[in-house]
Design a protein around this ligand. Structure first.
Ligand SMILES: C[S@@+](CC[C@H](N)C(=O)[O-])C[C@H]1O[C@@H](n2cnc3c(N)ncnc32)[C@H](O)[C@@H]1O
Length: 292
């Protein structure tokens, strides 16, 4: 399947997203309309551009030439557009999000195009994924919404747990080290404590999600704490400038790996890995590689 074949799928995502917003009566004020049009395009026409380079970087790092046959868990999938894209590229995907209403968009697109993406309501800190055999866990713009440090540690431990030994994590989240707040575009507002940043943005008339942003160093430390190895910060922007700007770019792109089975003995299991018991469980029975 060539990549341009994604066009009809992205058209379905666009249609479903319009229906989603229409059903919620969000097409009112001009500023709202601008926002939802942007969200719609981000989750339809721009999905390939947004996630293609991340997937390609993972394929390169894992020595694979294709996503065909991969088992992927998408933690915090939102509308599910990335899950649908991964399924289109040949992966079997379990997509998890607490907001069932958002997931309906991706579920409808997957059903219409016969793509193997299953959507489940749940949280990354208590992942409903019973399989521990995923090749890849995706945390795209989602772990920043887990603000409580204990829940955040649990989320990382759960991500580690559901991966097979040697499996990878790819994470893209807003970067605390960027001088400009990735949400409002204002300088330094995100360096305030999260609660104050949200309150200040509201006062200044630009509502902002409540998020916890990490510097590159803190993000690396968080992954190391969960047991990940081979942690790499990378930049999708090509060239010298892209690489030079990476530490202060708006988004942090991280790639990491669960150690292969032979080196698992080096990990000290603790209360911070409440569900990491190192045993294998059956694969999710609902997931099948067969396309409908
Ligand atoms: C900005 S959206 C990103 C959606 C998607 N990953 C993407 O990049 O298009 C953030 C998502 O994180 C989800 N989220 C928030 N807290 C979560 C949690 N504890 N576990 C899993 N997902 C969560 C939200 O419901 C929301 O859908």
């Amino acid at each position: 399947m060539s990549r341009s074949d994604f066009a009809p799928i992205s058209a379905t995502l666009r249609e479903q997203l319009f229906d989603h917003y229409r059903a919620r009566g969000r097409a009112g004020r001009a500023s709202d309309m601008r926002l939802w049009r942007l969200t719609i395009e981000t989750n339809s026409g721009l999905v390939e551009r947004r996630f293609g380079p991340v997937l390609d970087r993972y394929l390169q790092a894992s020595g694979r030439s294709t996503a065909e046959g991969l088992d992927v868990v998408d933690l915090g999938c939102g509308f599910g557009s990335i899950a649908v894209y991964l399924a289109y590229r040949g992966a079997t995907v379990l997509a998890i999000d607490p907001d069932r209403g958002l997931q309906e968009v991706g579920a409808a697109a997957a059903a219409r195009h016969g793509l193997p993406a299953i959507f489940m309501q749940g949280r990354m800190e208590e992942s409903p994924a019973i399989s521990m055999n995923y090749d890849l866990a995706v945390l795209n713009n989602s772990s920043c919404f887990v603000m409580d440090p204990i829940l955040r540690r649990r989320a990382m431990a759960e991500t580690f747990r559901v991966l097979r030994p040697g499996g990878h994590l790819v994470s893209t989240n807003p970067n605390r080290s960027c001088p400009v707040d990735p949400f409002t575009g204002w300088p330094m507002i995100h360096w305030l404590p999260a609660r104050h940043a949200t309150a200040a943005a509201r006062l200044l008339g630009r509502p902002r999600s409540a998020v916890r942003l990490l510097s590159g160093r803190a993000a690396r430390h968080e992954l190391e704490g969960a047991g990940f190895i081979d942690i790499e910060a990378w930049a999708p922007a090509r060239g010298l400038l892209g690489r030079a700007m990476r530490p202060i770019a708006r988004y942090q792109h991280l790639l990491a790996r669960r150690p292969p089975a032979a080196s698992l003995g080096t990990i000290a299991w603790s209360d911070e890995h409440p569900t990491s018991h190192g045993q294998s469980t059956p694969r999710d029975p609902s997931l099948s590689r067969e396309r409908a």
